[in-house]
Design a protein around this ligand. Structure first.
Ligand code: NDP
Length: 235
C-alpha cells in the first residue's frame, strides 16, 4: 500500500451510528466518503465535522436504488481510485409493533430493500474495485435480532429476516472474494439513535468504537464472522 490515505466509504453516514463511524474514521486519518441518500443532509453532517477540524467528502447514495449506488461508486473511483474500507450501515426498522404474516407486505419489501438488497448492491459495486487492488475491509452492520434463535420470537419479523439475510450474505460473500479482503458482520448493541430510541443504554460513540477494530485487522484476521464488542457471537 502506498502512503496515500486509505479510503473508507460509509452508507447512511449523515446521522446515528453511521455519523459516528464517519467521525472516528476521519480522526484515524482515513479519507472518508460520507454517503447519504439526501446530499443536503450529508453536507450538513460534513459541516458539523468541519467545525471540529475534520474534512470528509460527501457523495449521494440511496441504497434502495442500484443505479444511485453504481453512480456513487463510479464517482468515488474517479476521485480517489479505490475503496479500502466499506461500512454497510444504512438501515431501517419499520415493524416494531407488527407480526410478519399480518403486516402490510410493503413494509417487508421496504425493509428488505434497504437492509438486504442495499448492502448486496453496494457489495457488488465495491468488491470488484477492492479485488483490483487486492485489499478491502467490509463491515456489515447487522443485529443480534438477525441471529437464528431470534426467529422463534414473535415480532419485528421484517427487520429480523432482513438482518438474517444480511448475515447470510456476509458469509457467502466472504467465501467468494479473492485477495486480502475481509467481510464481517457486527451487532452494535442497543444504541441511542433515532432507531434505537432514547432508552437505549449505549451511545453511538461507544458503538462505533466497538466496531472499528475490524477495519484494521491484518491478513490473518477474521473473515465471514459475526461479532459484538470484539467477541464472536452465534449466527
Ligand atoms: P438511524 O435510524 O439513526 O440512522 C439510519 C441511517 O440510515 C440514516 O443515515 C438514514 O438516512 C440511513 N438510511 C436509511 N435508509 C436509507 C437508504 N435507502 N439509503 C441510504 N441511507 C439510508 O439508525 P442507527 O444509526 O441506529 O442504525 C445504523 C445501523 O445499525 C442500521 O443498519 C441498524 O439496523 C443497525 N442497528 C442499530 C441498533 C440500534 O440500537 N440503534 C441495534 C442493532 C443494529 P436518512 O437520514 O436519510 O433517513
Amino acid at each position: 500500500m502506498t502512503q496515500e490515505k486509505r479510503v473508507a466509504l460509509v452508507t447512511g453516514g449523515n446521522r446515528g451510528i453511521g455519523y459516528e463511524l464517519v467521525k472516528q474514521l476521519a480522526v484515524e486519518g482515513f479519507q472518508v466518503i460520507l454517503t447519504s441518500r439526501d446530499v443536503a443532509k450529508g453536507q450538513e453532517a460534513a459541516q458539523k465535522l468541519k467545525e471540529s477540524g475534520l474534512e470528509v467528502e460527501v457523495v449521494g447514495m440511496d441504497v434502495n436504488d442500484p443505479e444511485s449506488i453504481r453512480q456513487a461508486v463510479r464517482t468515488v473511483e474517479e476521485r480517489f481510485g479505490r475503496v479500502d474500507v466499506l461500512i454497510n450501515n444504512a438501515g431501517v426498522y419499520l415493524d416494531e409493533q407488527e407480526t410478519l404474516l399480518t403486516m402490510e407486505p410493503a413494509l417487508v419489501e421496504r425493509t428488505m430493500a434497504t437492509n438486504f438488497f442495499g448492502p448486496y448492491h453496494v457489495l457488488r459495486s465495491v468488491v470488484p474495485l477492492m479485488e483490483k487492488h487486492g485489499y478491502g475491509r467490509v463491515i456489515n452492520i447487522s443485529s443480534e435480532w438477525g441471529s437464528m434463535r431470534e426467529m422463534s420470537e414473535r415480532g419485528a419479523g421484517a427487520y429480523k429476516v432482513s438482518k438474517l439475510a444480511l448475515n447470510g450474505l456476509t458469509q457467502l460473500a466472504a467465501a467468494e472474494v479473492r485477495g486480502d479482503i475481509k467481510i464481517n458482520a457486527v451487532d452494535p448493541g442497543w444504541v441511542r439513535t433515532e432507531m434505537g430510541g432514547p432508552s437505549a443504554p449505549r451511545m453511538p460513540k461507544e458503538a462505533a468504537e466497538s466496531i472499528l477494530w475490524l477495519v484494521t485487522i491484518g491478513p490473518e484476521g477474521p473473515n465471514g464472522g459475526f461479532f459484538r464488542d470484539g467477541e464472536r457471537i452465534e449466527w
